[in-house]
Every structure is written in structure tokens, then in C-alpha cells.
Write a protein that binds this ligand. Sequence first.
Ligand code: ARG
Ligand code: GLU
Length: 720
Amino acid sequence: MKSIFLRLAFLFLFVAKSLFSFAEEGMLIPSLIAAFESDMKAKGMKLSAADIYSINSTSIKDAILQFGGGCTAELVSSQGLLLTNHHCGYGQIQSHSSLEHDYLKNGFWAKTKNDELTNPGLTAMRIVRIDDVTKAVLMGASSKSDQAVIQANIKKLCAAAIVGTHYEAEIKAFNYGNDYYLMLKETFLDVRFVGTPPNSIGKFGGDTDNWVWPRHTGDFSVFRIYVGKDNKPAAYSPDNVPYTPLHYLPISFQNRQEGDFTMVYGFPGQTEQHVVSSYLKFIVENERPARIHMRDLSLAVIDEGMSTSDLTRIQYSAKQASIANAWKKWIGQIEGLKNLQAIDLKLEEEKAYKAMALSKEEWKKYADVLDQLNALVEAKKNAEFDYAMGVEYFSYGPEYFKLVRGMEDLISNYEKYLEKGELEKVVGKMKTSADLFFKNYNAQVDKGIFKDQTNAYFQYTNQWDAITKNVKYSVAPTWFESYVQSKADIIYGQSIFTDQARYNAFLDGFSAKSLKKLNKDLGYTFFNQYFAPFRNESVPAYRSFQTEVSTLMQVYVEGKYLMFPDAKHWPDANSTLRITYGQLEGSAPTDGMRYTEHTTLDGLIAKYHTGNPDFDLLPRMLELHEAKNYGPYAQGDELWVCFTGSNHTTGGNSGSPVLDKNGYLMGLNFDRSWESTMSDYLFDPNRCRNIVVDIRYVLWVMDIYSDAKHLVDEMTLMKE
Ligand code: ARG
Ligand code: GLU
């Protein structure tokens, strides 16, 4: 018995080692970081756990913010100065840009605080405290899936946590509901735009280099938090003052070298280390390829539009970047997972898990959970497929759909608004948001997306049969095309949702009869005909599938912790504050290939000379390089631009500070290398590397390239 046990434990650890047991893997919860302090110190860290996270005094945590709900940003001066990635501030940079003020092309630097620009809706959130509330959340629950009791407890605990404060509280499930943590948050509401380099720096390399090493992107932008006179969050007001932070990050200005300790502190969005083999197979073979194809179609249309008109380029730059980003990552993920034979690894791991469960009476309850999970996925994965296609089509497809959805409220509440005399106000608001919508809209581009994606969507979701049911003659492929073409001609030629003048005129004359008009508008009826079944059937089917999966995953993961106590366990990312550590390190991603750990300005100029438009530069960069005008920012005779680290990061870690052994800012995380994109499912310590823009390059761009030295002067540079 004992020897079987040992053998199984060994097998699992062997599998586990290749999957998740290296020190670099894992996104750790800051309030539990003390458990890793000695390992971190052994790797060179000079800080104590309390320097990193403390509830009793200020700590590095207080300088880390979640930016705009998705990215990470960090405070770098006593006056609330905030750094994040260029691609994280891209929406704001774009919204302040126009043909006259093309900040995308030329950059922008506020000369004084009075020139800093407001960004309605933009927030930055600080974590005040993280508490393990698992016991309290599960109090009185009959099981870990007793949602009625759990949700009631969560509500009570959150309410109690914020009494007498200006904070918000959120409790999130970790490890599929095996653990719960309460996050107390302080959200700043007045975040102003201070500066950005031009796209030729901030987005240097564009989609060619995205997700790829070697990299030369100056992916940063600068903001500032403003608060009320009491230093507390306040809505925008001209009377607000710069925020005085509890802590801000000193700048690591020393030379660097391979092997230096690095730590990334930020808000990783989502990882799925525990997915079972059948699910991974579904992702790799069905779901991702279909999503990639949907985006191939829209990107072809958008790229064509952007390359032929400057206006379209500005209008679609942020949308294009967001569609292309996930698209390219998915391509890399599939490739990486296939190369690693990830599905086979999962199958082995599952075998070991089951054998272990069968080896002890008290573990028997874990013996069937994997079979159940795999069977469930086989039975219901189509629900997830339909859902994914709907997300692609309705949320990332033809954009006029958004405007139709924005009309729902007025349609359902028209009588009420009329009675209360609020109609004019509501209509006014809708027109204002339509202004923003049409500012970045080109009906011809949208029509192209509509034509290509509708055809594909109907195919993927098996809707053509229903559509061709009444067609008497046999249907040739061109029939589908002309069917969609004729719909597109009417929708983009006549619908009120594809033209601002038609839209405004419709709103101006809105009355009880308007619904009738809408029911004759093909743009409106077409959307509803296909969106309604998506919303009413596909979305609930997907949700209930996810709930079933999650209930079983809770048992599966509980078993992992219990039966394999020596493997390194960490909860999947869930947009909460995490720490990951490793070192400044290159990699050997494939046989015969070696990536060095940093890139330089010389390399950037070499890419420019390839002539690829993604590597365009403005003349100033060439002049400064020619003159080797690196100021105090060089290391030896090199100006470092980017470096890689062996830190386990994911989307949401963009903008995250990469800290040195003293907690000083070495650079901003902004990407992973091509071979690492699979790390959301499977982390391979040999190839997974995060990509960082060196803070010394950031400061060089501010000071020497952009003549914005006053910002550098706000910071604290640590030369030793
Ligand atoms: N890949 C990085 C991330 O996931 C950067 C994306 C921005 N750059 C771009 N070329 N789209 O967000
Ligand atoms: N660029 C990503 C982001 O926006 C970070 C890169 C990654 O996914 O690791 O968060």
C-alpha cells in the first residue's frame, strides 16, 4: 500500500513539476506573502513581507492601483503621478486626439498641471486590505455550493466591512469556491492625462511585434490622480488637488544584469491552470480557431480601411488594437499548447490524480470527479461554443448593434419618461453618446464586417438551415453571400442605426408610434431576431454549464490541495491583486534559439531600417540616436529599451510595476513572449517570460526625447 502511494505521489510530482512546481510559477495573494518571504530572500530580495503588504502601516501595496478596471498602474511621485502602459491609456489618448491634435502620431505632454486633461469615467483603485473570510462566508452553509447561504453571508460581510468608511468591499471566490477573500477598495475618480509618447514609441512594433520578443516598445503613458482637499477620492472638480499617496515607488536607476531578482505586483485577470483535458482539447481544436476566424474577417476589413484613410486610422486605432490583441494571443496559445503536448500532459495528470484518490479510503470521493468533469464537457461544450460565437458577433462584430441595444431602455420606459417629463433629458443623453459613437464610426467599414461575419456566424451556429428552409431550389454558396449582401444594402443604406442624421431625426421625433417605425427598420429587426435567442437561450445555457463545471472543479481542486500537499498551489488569477516573482532572465524557447534578456536603442533603429511601417519613427529618434544622446539613462554605452523576466503574468498585469530586490521600480510589465502565451493554461518555466519596458528608457523618452524633465524631477531616482 505504502509503496503504491509513494509511486503515485512521485508520478504526480513528476507531472506536477513540469506543470506547476517551479518557483517562478504562481500568482500569490499579497496578504499571504509571508509564507514566501524566505524563498524570495533566497533569490535575492532585501525586503520583508511587511514592506510588500501590511495592514498596519504603509507598504508597497499602497502604490499599486487597478487602472480603468482592467490594467495596473503605479504611483511614482508624492504628487499622485501615475504610470501605466501606453496601450492601457490608449482609449484616453485616442479620445483626446483629432486630426488637428493627433496625439497618437505626435505624443502629448502637459507643460503644467493646468494642462492635464480630464477623463470622464476613468478610475484608479487602491486595495486597502485583503482578508481571508472563507469561514465567515461558509458559516451555516450545508456545502461549499450552498449559494443561497453563501451569497447572503457575502452581502452581510461586505456591508459590515465598509461601515464608517468611504471604501467599497468585494468578496471573491478563489479556487472555485474553496476560499473567499474580502477586498476593501478605495476608488479615485479624478484621473487626468499627463502625457504620452507618440505611437512610434508607445506602440513601436505594432501588431508585428505584439506578443513577441525581441521587443522595443516604449509602452507607457502618464496620468495623475486628483482628490478633494481632504486627500480623499472626489469626482472631477477644478478645485481638486494632486493626491498625496501613502507610498510611491522609488526608481531603480542602477545597472541591471541577468539573474537580478524581479517581482511583479498587479492585477492579473484570468488564468485557467486547472481545466481538464477534454476542455483544453475543445479550446485548442474548436473554440479558439473559430474565434480567431471571426476576427480574421473583421480585421481584414478594418486594416484595409485604416490603411487608406487617416480619419479611419484614428477612428479605429483603439478598436483594432483590442480585436487584434486577443486574436494574436490565441494563435500563439494554440501553437504553444500543441508544442507542449498539453492535452497529453493533462491526461497524465488526471490519471495520477485518480490513482491517488483510489489509494486511500477517505480520498474515494475524489475518484470520479475527473470522469464527471470530462463527461460534462463533452455533453455541453456546444453551449460554450455558441456563447463564444455570440460574444464575437454581438460584442466584437458589427458595431451598429451597440446602438440598437442602447435604444432598449427608451423603448421599455417611454411611457414612464413621458409621464415624469424626463423624455427630453433622456433623448439628449442618447444623442450625446451617439456623438461619441459616430465620432469613431465608418458605415462602410461596419458594413464590410457585417457582411463577412454574418455569413460565418450563421454557419458556426447552424442557422442557415432555418433561413434556407423555404428556398425551393437548391442553394449554391453564392446564394448565402447574396442573401447577406441584400440585408447589408438595406441596413447600411436605410436603417436609423447606421447614420447619425437618421438616428438623431428619429430620436427628435420619438413618440408612441416610433416602435412601429422601428419594427420596419431592418437594422433593428435583424439584430433582435438573432440577438434574442442568443440572450435568452445561449447565454443561460452557457451560464448553467459554467455553474456545473465550477461545482465539480471545486471538488477537483480541493482534492489537489489535499492529496498533493507538496506541489506548489496558487489560486487562479481573478483580477485581484497578486504578486509573482522570478528574475531578470532570457530564455531558450526552441531548439537552437536563444533570447538575450534585454534590447537596446540600436536594435530599435535596426528594426526601423527594415522599412516595415510598424517600425516607423519620427526624425527626432534618429537624431538622438545618431548623437548618442542618452543622458544619464544609459548602461555602459547602451540605452536599454526592454527586458524579459521569468515572472508569471497575464492580461491585467499590463502596466504592473516590475520591482527590484529593494522594491524600486525597474520597469513596466506590458507583454509576454510568443512562446509564453499559453501560460494561462500551462506555465513552462523554461520558456515563459514577461516583457518589460525599462524605466530608464521611459525616463529618457520623457526627459530627453520629449523635453518633459519636470516629470522626471518629481520622482526619486535611486542610484545605489
Ligand atoms: N499584448 C499586450 C497585451 O496583451 C499589448 C497589447 C497592445 N499592443 C498592440 N499592438 N495591440 O495587452
Ligand atoms: N498586455 C497584457 C495586458 O494588457 C499583458 C500581457 C499578458 O497578457 O501577459 O494586460
